[in-house]
Design a protein around this ligand. Sequence first.
Ligand code: MG
Length: 162
Amino acid sequence: MIRIGLGRDLHRLVQGRRFLLAGVELEADRGELGHSDGDVLAHAVTDAVLGAAGLGDIGALFPPSDPRWKDADSMELLRIAFGKVKEQGWHVVNLDSVVTCERPRLIPCRECIRAALAAALEAPLEAIFVKGKTAEGLGPIGEGAAVDAEAVCLLEKQGSTN
Ligand code: MG
């Protein structure tokens, strides 16, 4: 049986915060605002994986109203979420993702980001991909006020044909 999931997230970019993508810190003059560490890619990937398994979403699992998740390491949240997915017998076939922001450029850090996601999802590196885009100067992302991430994840489990 295979299932596909989609995740999307957007965070404001503000001074005095770190810019994290899948736990990898990129050099930037602004970082992601959020209740947790604000890691927009980790959040989109978590939602894609949970959605594919039909196990809810990141907001239900880790509500922002819960002080336990204040400044949380979002890659740890992804590992917890993936643990629940794995418990149901799923493994990741592949994950693809796009991060859109004006700055910083993602490409120099792409291999580190892929490796971090591959480790968290217990998948081979070639099953994980990350693309960087800009918004061509348009809208809040183009003005450098926000960063957006989208992810799709295909899961598979043995023992059923539907
Ligand atoms: Mg988020």
